[in-house]
Design a protein around this ligand. Structure first.
Ligand code: NAD
Length: 390
């Protein structure tokens, strides 16, 4: 247990149905005169969708804005550079990200290159930023990565196919908006993938070497919310109560990993996302059970506690039998919401495993994993996820 710890999150967080209406006034409070709205083309086209609701609230408050729609999933360096150019050409003074993790990370990336130097790949690592970003607010539309709250910016180098992370307290948005009404029309597969990402982000910090009492309670609450709400929102995206619970869970998980960090699931998933441009949540879900089964001997008590959190009666079981129940719970959730059975299905090739394993062990998320592995161990984990998780 990490007894001395820092705890970071945005200073203001708006949560609940309808909070998007507050964004105009908040932009004025922050002296935003012309924010660059950073989003995807798809989201910008939805009638009365998240972008239209954001711009309507800004117009009502008399705040000018420009919309940049060049965010791709797993945002690339070229997206960051195109956004920076628009920001400068249009004389913007601030940034509002509207979307899921890709929009938030791209917006953070734009802010980073505006004030910390043009080559963002050189800034990969922890606390590498010397200067503050322009004022940044994040309107979150998936539940989700937690990126609207976190100090991480995950960017893909399109030339090397490597995902890298710039981790800095300077990346944390000043204000986050989590309005479940903006999430009702997320397609079913994206709901499942992003919800599984939140599930993984509640589990990895719980068994991380950096966990602390606050993050522990956040993880437990998030896991219980996701267990009931995620299958419900996959079954019916317009279930407002379940969408609201998913937003609460993704915020709790985001706060937890922002402070207790993640592990090999994310370190390895970043390689799959970078190499094969696959959805992040699917990559994480495909690795979850394999990695946590491997981690089990590092902290069996923690996994046994997770089993109880998930509702298993562990009376009369040995420690390892109880711990194993938590892995059953993880596998069940991935299966219930339709995660595919193998990393084969996102294009993974065994000849890439060694290169990906070496890079995964260098990813910042690897250092907080409870079990310390070798390249050979990680290759075996990719192979196991390739052979099938169900
Ligand atoms: P995403 O942002 O890539 O969005 C996926 C798709 O869903 C996009 O096409 C988007 O336009 C669409 N979409 C988003 N919201 C919608 C809505 N309300 N209605 C309809 N469509 C909608 O997906 P994501 O999973 O949120 O983000 C993934 C990215 O975030 C990855 O690059 C991952 O590495 C990164 N990530 C970042 C952090 C962090 O803390 N910075 C944490 C985890 C993951």
């Amino acid at each position: 247990m990490n007894r001395q710890f820092d705890f970071l999150m945005p200073s203001v967080n708006f949560f609940g149905p309808g909070v998007i209406a507050k964004i105009g006034d908040r932009a004025k409070m922050l002296n935003m005169h012309k924010p660059l709205i950073v989003t995807t083309e798809g989201l910008s086209k939805i009638d009365n969708g998240p972008v239209k609701q954001t711009t309507a609230a800004l117009e009502k408050a008399g705040v000018d804005y420009v919309v940049f729609t060049g965010v791709e999933p797993n945002p690339k360096i070229r997206n960051v550079q195109a956004g920076k150019k628009m920001y400068q050409d249009e004389n913007c003074d601030s940034i509002i990200t509207v979307g899921g993790g890709s929009a938030h990370d791209c917006g953070k990336g734009i802010g980073i290159v505006l004030t910390n130097g043009d080559d963002i790949s050189k800034l990969a690592g922890i606390e590498t930023l010397d200067n503050p970003l322009p004022p940044l607010m994040a309107v979150n539309t998936t539940a989700g990565t937690g990126s609207e709250l976190t100090r991480h910016a995950v960017i893909t180098n399109e030339k090397t196919h490597l995902k890298f992370v710039v981790v800095s307290w300077r990346n944390i948005p000043l204000v986050s908006f989590n309005d479940p009404m903006l999430m009702l029309d997320i397609p079913q597969d994206i709901t499942a993938a992003t919800g599984c990402d939140a599930f993984v982000q509640a589990i990895e910090p719980y068994v991380s070497v950096d966990h602390n009492p606050i993050t522990d309670s956040q993880c437990k609450e998030a896991i219980q919310l996701i267990q009931t709400a995620l299958p419900e929102v996959v079954a019916n995206g317009h279930n407002v109560e379940a969408r609201t619970k998913m937003v609460e869970a993704e915020m709790l998980a985001g706060m937890a990993f922002n402070n207790a960090n993640l592990g090999y699931v994310h370190a390895m998933a970043h390689q799959l996302g970078g190499q094969y441009d696959a959805p992040h949540g699917v990559c994480c879900a495909l690795l979850l059970t394999t990695v946590e089964e491997y981690n089990l001997i590092a902290c069996p008590e923690r996994f046994a506690e997770l089993a109880k959190v998930m509702g298993y009666d562990t009376t009369g079981l040995t420690l390892y039998e109880a711990a194993q129940k938590s892995i059953d719970g993880m596998r069940e959730m991935c299966k219930l919401v339709g995660i595919p059975a193998s990393i084969k299905e996102i294009g993974a090739k065994p000849e890439d495993f060694e290169m990906m394993a070496k890079n995964a062990l260098k990813d910042g998320n690897a250092f907080s994993n409870p079990r310390k592995g070798t390249v050979e161990d990680v290759v075996k984990l990719y192979q196991k996820a390739y052979d099938g998780i169900y």
